[in-house]
Design a protein around this ligand. Sequence first.
Ligand SMILES: NC(=O)c1ccc[n+]([C@@H]2O[C@H](COP(=O)([O-])OP(=O)(O)OC[C@H]3O[C@@H](n4cnc5c(N)ncnc54)[C@H](OP(=O)(O)O)[C@@H]3O)[C@@H](O)[C@H]2O)c1
Length: 250
Amino acid sequence: MQAKQVMVITGASRGIGAATARLAGARGYAVCVNYRKNRQAAESVVEDIRNKGGQAIAVAADVAVAAEVTRLFEAVDAQLGRVSALVNNAGILEQQRRVEEVDAARLARIFATNVIGSFLCAREAVKRMSSKHGGAGGAIVNVSSAASRLGAAGEYVDYAASKGAIDTFTTGLSAEVAAEGIRVNAVRPAFIYTEMHASGGEPGRVDRIKGSLPMQRGGHPEEVAHAILWLLSDEASYTTGSFIDLAGGK
Ligand SMILES: NC(=O)c1ccc[n+]([C@@H]2O[C@H](COP(=O)([O-])OP(=O)(O)OC[C@H]3O[C@@H](n4cnc5c(N)ncnc54)[C@H](OP(=O)(O)O)[C@@H]3O)[C@@H](O)[C@H]2O)c1
C-alpha cells in the first residue's frame, strides 16, 4: 500500500491555495491548510475537505517569520505525519505603483512573504523529505507568476521581481535535492480570478486585461490547482526544475 501523502500548502484560506487544498483532499492527501489571519476562511476549507471524507487541519503561521514556520511544520509532524508534498503558495502584492514610488518597508514586506517565506518552508520540508536526512522523498511546487517573465511594469515590479527570485530558487533547489528523492517545480499563473487583485487596488483587473490575452479570458483557481497536483504526482516522476505557465497564452 502507498504511504500516506501529507501536504503542507501555505496561504490556503482562499484563492489558488484553497482550490489546491480542496483538490488535494479529494485526491487523498492529508492536508495542512496554512493561513496568516483569516481563521474562519481556513476552517471552512478544512470543513469542505472533511465533509468529503478527507483529512485536514488548519494552522496559522506567517511564513515570513522563521519561528512560525518551524511551529507550522512541527504541528504537521504531530497531527498528520511526515510531510511529502509542499506547495509554497502564500504570496502578496500591494497597491499598483511605479518603482520610484515604492519605499523600503514595502519591498521588505513583499520579499519577506514571497521569497523568504518560500525558502523557510522549503528548508523545513527538505529536512523531512531528503534521503540525506533519512526521509522518504517528496515534491515541492512553488507558486511563481507569469509576472516573473512579464515584469508588471507600472503595477508592481517589486512583486514581479520577487517571483523572478522564486524561479531561480526553483531551478537551484531542484538541482540541489534531485538525487535525494525530492522534485521541485513551479507554476506560473497570471490573470486568475482571486481576491489578490483587490490588494493591488483593482479588483476588476482580470476583466480589464482578459481581452488582450490570446485565450480572451481569465483563469480560475481550479485550473492552477490541477497543474500543481500533477507536478506533485507520480505522473510527473521525471519532471524537476520545470515550469508550467497558466496565463491564457500570455
Ligand atoms: N491571482 C492571480 O492572478 C495570480 C497570478 C500569479 C501568481 N499568483 C500567485 O498565486 C499565489 C496565491 O495567490 P491568490 O491569488 O490565490 O492570492 P489571495 O487570494 O490573495 O490569497 C493569498 C493567501 O495567502 C495567505 N497569506 C498571505 N500572506 C501570508 C503569510 N505571510 N503567511 C501565510 N499566509 C499568507 C492569505 O492568508 P490570509 O487570508 O489569512 O491573510 C491567503 O490565504 C500567490 O503566490 C500569488 O503571487 C496569483
